[in-house]
Ligand binder design. Structure first.
Ligand code: PMP
Ligand code: GLU
Length: 383
């Protein structure tokens, strides 16, 4: 635990919520959670499950109907064929990732994490006794991990490559040609790939989500696809995540859950079944709404002195180069929170001190008000 830091995203989101509860007019660009309500059919299913007394232990790896719904989802969305034995349900995608890394990573193993990265990957690797090795990406190359950078990070101890497309925090994606080059290396070096696809449905500008696992049998065998209900269906508090991959590893994750959490919440599992049954139009509607917010926030950034945003291709974050403000990312975020009451996450916690992460998972009014304050602040404080 001495090597592990608290989650900056959770800490700042909690602080912003607390300030808001005290009556301070905080605009929260920190939160990595959609502002809209959980869809009604999902809530109704939860109420029905409660009334029916579905409140007892379930099979540790998930109720059969949810494992089947997840299996079907992978097939319908990406043509990925799994059987229910390849699927395990956990208490959020974070838990899926944590379990997977606990099961796969031995002390001393190296895990390649493209940087900037989501805050929890390196810490999960350290919690398993592994060593995170960062592979650099850059804003000039749309934060795409290239085969060259991956090669530079490889050693004889490399075991796992973590991919996250669309990416938190950058909003960058990996297109099929990028994924093919990475998949070739994963197969050639006999690595395991963890593909975190939690922002799969948030993808913009007509781009298409591609799962690395769909690029052939060899890469599929070595890949674990992680996803969950939090972001797609605004179910962050209900804690349902899942993954699919090699049946032996999936079985071991079940054993780990047997002795740690047991099953994910019974009622939440029923709600996830209802969520996965929602029509495709629901997801397209949410994506269009978020695309609009993304465009709005980007256009307002044009007037913020010293801020150079990356145009996101997916997820719901704008990762912004703040070097010209002359401040470290932590100092900038402290000052924005204190002086403008705008909560933003310092890039340092994602591996880049010259960036800050602005979430647009809030309403348009908040985006307009928060960005007005950022623009005013920049006029007064940036040379
Ligand atoms: N992966 C990424 C990249 C995320 O941003 C999140 C958000 N917390 C998660 C996984 C985990 O989500 P959850 O545990 O809520 O399913
Ligand atoms: N993933 C979200 C974020 O990055 C939620 C917080 C967390 O779990 O890290 O803000």
């Amino acid at each position: 635990m001495k090597q592990v830091s608290p989650s900056a995203t959770l800490k700042l989101t909690a602080k912003a919520k607390e300030m808001k509860a005290k009556g301070l007019p905080v605009v929260n660009f920190g939160a990595g959670e959609p502002d809209f309500d959980t869809p009604d059919p999902v809530k109704e299913e939860g109420a029905r499950a409660l009334r029916a007394g579905f409140t007892k232990y379930t099979p540790t790896s998930g109720i059969p109907e949810l494992r089947e719904a997840v299996r079907k989802k992978f097939e319908e969305d990406q043509g990925l064929k799994y059987s229910a034995e390849n699927v395990v349900i956990s208490c959020g995608a974070k838990h899926s990732l944590y379990n997977l890394i606990q099961v796969l990573c031995d002390p001393g193993d190296e895990v390649i994490v493209p940087s900037p990265y989501w805050v929890s990957y390196p810490e999960m690797v350290r919690l398993a006794g592994g060593k995170p090795v960062f592979a650099q990406t850059s804003q000039n190359e749309s934060f795409r991990l290239t085969a060259e950078e991956l090669k530079k990070a490889l050693t004889s101890r490399t075991k796992i490559l973590i991919l996250n497309s669309p990416s938190n925090p950058t909003g960058g994606i990996l297109e099929e040609k990028d994924l093919r080059a990475l998949a070739d290396l994963v197969v050639k070096h006999d690595l395991v790939c963890i593909s975190d696809e939690i922002y799969e449905y948030y993808i913009y500008n007509g781009l298409k989500h591609v799962s690395i696992a769909s690029l052939g049998e060899e890469i599929k065998k070595r890949t674990f696809v992680v996803n969950g209900a939090s972001k797609s269906y605004s179910m962050t508090g209900l804690r349902i995540g899942y993954l699919a991959g090699d049946a032996e590893v999936v079985k071991k994750i079940g054993i780990l859950q047997d002795h740690s959490t047991s099953n994910p919440s019974s009622v939440s599992q029923k709600m996830a079944v209802a969520a996965l049954a929602l029509p495709k139009s629901y997801r397209a509607g949410v994506r269009d709404l978020f695309q609009k917010r993304s465009v709005l926030m980007q256009s307002l950034f044009q007037r913020a002195k010293g801020f150079k945003p990356f145009k996101p291709e997916g997820a719901f974050y704008i990762f912004c180069d703040i070097e010209k403000t002359g401040l470290s990312s932590e100092r900038l975020c402290e000052r924005l929170l204190e002086e403008a009451n705008v909560a933003v996450i310092p890039g340092k916690s994602f591996g880049s001190d010259r960036h800050a992460r602005f979430s647009f998972a809030c309403g348009e009014k908040d985006i307009e008000e928060g960005m007005r304050r950022v623009i005013d602040w920049s006029e007064k404080n940036v040379k």
